[in-house]
Design a protein around this ligand. Structure first.
Ligand SMILES: *[C@@H]1O[C@H](CO)[C@@H](O)[C@H](O)[C@H]1NC(C)=O
Ligand SMILES: *[C@@H]1O[C@H](CO)[C@@H](O)[C@H](O)[C@H]1NC(C)=O
Length: 244
């Protein structure tokens, strides 16, 4: 595959910068949510094969992939502890394409199928965790959950999202070492994990991925020279006006 000129430009700055939310979580609340996530994770953190068939759903769906998305979205809804803007208030019933923040499109491999291609919950101020079932939404091309209060870890099942192009989890309360799972997402081109509580160094494989900065200005891009950990190429400008 031909590497583009800006192949190693991406957002990947670890930061403990906190943003003042109107509904900020205390550390105790964040660790409570993280421990709830731990209780739900299968032993190895992976999504069991055939999991979708173990879940009873008495509804009719236009296709099996929408049923899988329904299972995932209901699991996500149940992992949310606080939803002050009522974003998930209409996440009921089989018509997942009508859920707030959920976007459907034709399947890439079968234009006769409508599938869930995007999850955009930016700035929803949701507190919760990402359930392992998120790996059922294998048609997702983008996940944008920036500026929420998601806690815990990024589940390993994200690696099942083979079409995922953009992953923006910035400005949440995710913890733990660098989320290695992102290295295994084959089509990932845009990654933003800034403004969380991640710690540690970056895996060298990350620099073999062809990640691009997105979107282009006014969002800042950062350059990470290979093999020297992580650093800003220039002082970090605020991500959003009035954000620091
Ligand atoms: C949240 O949204 C649902 C569906 O739109 C609505 O029925 C419900 O009354 C809303 N709840 C609040 C607290 O606004
Ligand atoms: C989805 O929402 C639209 C607009 O509110 C509505 O017209 C349509 O019937 C809904 N689709 C289903 C299947 O409920």
């Amino acid at each position: 595959m031909q590497a583009s000129g800006c192949s190693i430009v991406f957002f990947l700055i670890f930061s403990s910068a906190l943003v003042s939310f109107s509904f900020a979580l205390s550390d105790a609340e964040a660790s409570y949510i993280a421990s709830r996530q731990l209780l739900t994770l299968p032993e190895n953190g992976e999504l069991p094969n055939n999991y979708e068939y173990e879940v009873q759903v008495k509804m009719i769906f236009a296709n099996r992939r929408l049923r899988r998305a329904y299972i995932a979205l209901q699991a996500l809804k149940h992992s949310i502890f606080s939803d002050p803007l009522n974003t998930t208030g209409n996440w009921d019933g089989p018509d997942v394409c009508n859920y707030t923040g959920v976007f459907c499109a034709q399947a890439l491999d079968d234009s006769s199928l409508s599938v869930v291609a995007g999850l955009d919950l930016n700035h929803a101020d949701l507190a919760g965790f990402l359930p392992v079932e998120i790996g059922l939404m294998t048609d997702l091309a983008l996940i944008h959950i920036n500026s929420n209060r998601f806690c815990g870890i990024l589940p390993k099942s994200l690696s099942k999202l083979v079409l995922l192009h953009e992953l923006d989890v910035s400005n949440n309360r995710f913890v733990g070492p660098f989320p290695e799972v992102v290295v295994g997402i084959p089509n990932l081109r845009y990654l933003d994990i800034r403004y969380n509580d991640f710690e540690g160094s970056l895996p060298p494989q990350l620099f073999d991925k062809e990640l691009d900065a997105f979107p282009s200005p006014p969002m800042p891009a950062f350059v990470l020279p290979p093999n020297i950990g992580f650093q800003y190429a220039s002082p970090p400008p605020p991500m959003f006006p009035g954000y620091n």
